[in-house]
Design a binder for this molecule. Structure first.
Ligand SMILES: O=C(O)C(=O)C[C@]1(C(=O)O)C=C[C@@H](O)C=C1
Length: 399
């Protein structure tokens, strides 16, 4: 019964304590309903694999009067500027500073713009993704991925846009783990081609560079050019931070891999554009919000879930069959170790003792939760899953 109740809450209102993915049941769902007074209306759908499914409906998904303005937000943040002397080429003091965990208060928001949290500083590709999703938004830089989650949870921002996978570099595991530990819903995705550029101080030529600074993904994806230049690779937190660092310290021997927008912001020259080994490489970002959106069927939707299975032969095969049987296409699968039960020890007198890892399986599938085949597939999956949570159902981003 507990599991059934959990799936009920897991569809549209999955809400877990940090690090906790044990079933919470109906009582928890009710608590959630009482606490979430911003939700205008609740719609109750009967007959979805026998259990009730609650969907939170907000009349206007984007704009809310209780939001904090960007000006207020910036004042809520302690702008401790580091002591680097900005001898460089642009006035960097006007740029907004990243939020860090110490900046969070529980102050409610007001204002009208959508504020979108991202990890990095202005000019990062994640900020491009935020602007692609919400062209009029006010971007909110954050120090860490987790700060972006917290900014939304505490209403310092309305959405977070975070990278989840790169077509060359693969999954960003940290964000898979944070999705589980936090209470946000996936409400959209952004697929962004990332045209990496080689930047340097004005007047510096590529042959003069001894080192190149960037995000590890950008360095890994630009291997060919970096080998040709014979430079040392230096990893930093985000591509724009690399640009800011080289500019702020007037480093004439250092190049940067970052966006043309970062070059513009930090006063660097673009020495080469589109330097990545694979010109078609893209990064996929998730858009996260406090409340889910209503699944629709009038355009292609994707659903993201996570589940755990009991041990036994063929359990993963059976779990995946629930989608194959209904011709539901899986677009992504990721497995992550369960943090609370990292090892399962099996004693067998014949073969000695074996250790198994327990995993969580994250899946994206191409169907909307408004479609009976998707509801049936999850009902079926629930029969063999020890745990199941739906992160969200959202429109597919086509490039
Ligand atoms: O460093 C940035 O500019 C980011 O936005 C982060 C990030 C990533 O995490 O993968 C995003 C896209 C690019 O692939 C490189 C880096």
């Amino acid at each position: 019964m507990a599991l059934k109740a959990f799936l009920t809450s897991g569809f549209a209102v999955s809400y877990l304590d940090n690090d906790d993915f044990s079933p919470k049941g109906i009582g928890f769902l009710l608590n959630w309903k009482i606490r979430t007074n911003t939700i205008a209306k609740w719609k109750r759908n009967h007959g979805v694999f026998g259990y009730s499914v609650y969907c939170a409906i907000r009349p206007d998904e984007e704009e809310k009067s209780w939001k904090k303005t960007g000006h207020e937000l910036r004042h809520a943040v302690d702008h401790t500027q580091n002591s680097l002397s900005y001898r460089s080429h642009k006035d960097l003091s006007s740029l907004s500073k990243p939020l860090s965990v110490t900046d969070f208060s529980t102050t409610a928001c007001s204002g009208s713009n959508v504020r979108v949290a991202f990890k990095g500083i202005p000019g990062a590709y994640s900020e491009d993704a935020a602007l692609k999703a919400y062209p009029q938004c006010e971007t909110v830089p954050c120090d860490e991925f987790e700060d972006a989650f917290k900014a939304v949870e505490l209403s310092l921002a309305d959405k977070a846009v975070l990278p989840i996978e790169n077509s060359l570099g693969g999954s960003i595991h940290r964000n898979y783990d944070l999705l589980l530990r936090h209470r946000l819903h996936i409400v959209g995705e952004v697929q962004l081609p990332v045209p990496f550029c080689l930047l340097a101080l004005p007047g510096v030529r590529a042959e003069q560079l001894k080192r190149v600074l960037s995000h590890p993904q950008a360095l890994a994806q630009s291997d060919r050019l970096l080998n040709k230049l014979g430079v040392v690779r230096e990893s930093v937190d985000d591509t724009a931070a690399a640009a800011q660092f080289v500019a702020a310290n007037s480093l004439r021997d250092a190049g940067v891999i970052a966006s043309a927008r970062a070059a513009e912001i930090y006063g660097l020259d673009v020495l080469a554009e589109g330097i990545q080994d694979d010109p078609d490489s893209i990064t996929r970002f998730l858009v996260l919000a406090r409340d889910p959106i209503i699944p629709r069927t009038d355009k292609p939707f994707k659903t993201s879930i996570v589940f755990a299975l009991e041990e036994g032969p063929g359990v993963l095969f059976k779990a995946l069959a629930v989608f194959a049987l209904r011709h539901i296409n899986l677009t992504k699968m990721e497995s992550r170790p369960q943090r609370k039960r990292p090892l399962r020890v099996v004693d067998d007198l014949d073969t000695g003792s074996a250790k198994y890892f327990d995993y969580l399986f994250y899946i994206d599938f191409e169907a909307s939760m408004a479609e009976p085949r998707a509801q049936n597939a999850l009902g079926h999956l629930q029969e063999c899953a020890a745990f199941l949570r739906v992160f969200g159902c959202y429109p597919i981003d086509t490039l």
